[in-house]
Design a protein. Sequence first.
Length: 346
Amino acid sequence: MRRRAFLTTTALAACVSARPLRAFAANSSATTTGTLHTVRGPIEVAQMGTTLVHEHVLVDFIGASRVSRSRYDADEAFRTILPHLVDVQKRGVKTLFECTPAYLGRDPLLLRRLSEASGLQIVTNTGYYGAAKDIAVPKHAYTETAAQLAARWTAEFRDGIEGSGIRPGFVKIGVDAAPLSAIDKKLAEAGALCHLETGLTLAIHTADGPAATEILEILHKGGVSPEAYVWVHSQNDKETGRRATAARRGAWVSLDGVGPQSLDAHLDAVVALFRDGSLGRVLVSQDAGWYHVGEAGGGSYRSHSYLFDTFLPALQKRGLTEADVRTLLVDNPARAFAVRRRPRSD
């Protein structure tokens, strides 16, 4: 099998062993219904296809008080980024989640332009990033209540971002390690309120496992089911059993740093969750891309292709099948990010 081969964009992008497409039928996401907002408008989640749930196109860590689109040439960024998106689209990827939040370089107009040119369905977000010692937290977040912050994020969902008409498809929040700071707790509380208003999934950059446990408790107190929470960067938790515990509670366990330096660790993590019976709660992605504002030419942009060239073939050598890979890249993203309210059931 040629490693750059792919199925069709309506099935699974590949680097997988050649078996009949009907093998996907037993694990089809056909029963998953709902919508998802992309930068070009809403789609049915059944149209998501092969999905990368955690990637970055452009980022700027200059700080919330200084971040500005005037700091980069959008045309240059477009020319640098587009070939990478075209490449992964040719591999069969249909949908890409761009996880850069407001005050960290979010640029919905650039994303729409890239989506139109590449053919990818790109999803942007609302929410604030409290990780990296709060460098991207705007001043008003410290004085406003969680309800006021949630109202800001909900307004972006209902009215569009900054007058663009582009609506977010999920909430992206970042927190540092446990114990959570006051601002990080507030951001998580605001996320819970926003979810109950909008049905947007909460993808929360979580620095360590204890922080993930705190977030689950905050969501519980806020009346939100664990099913609305994507534990971003769960691969960083050294206590491997905590991932399985979170998955059993219903949370989405995102192993989203797949790359050459972490190949074996990510393979081990996926296989462990597979053996635990929790594969249906697992997401995988690369946290790749990263046109860095402030660096010449955007710095070194990391390709989005490693998962397909190396990770998936290695995963199949560990015993996972085409159907299992489809679960990770097609079925689970559709179930995780369909816009729907998931209140606590107990």
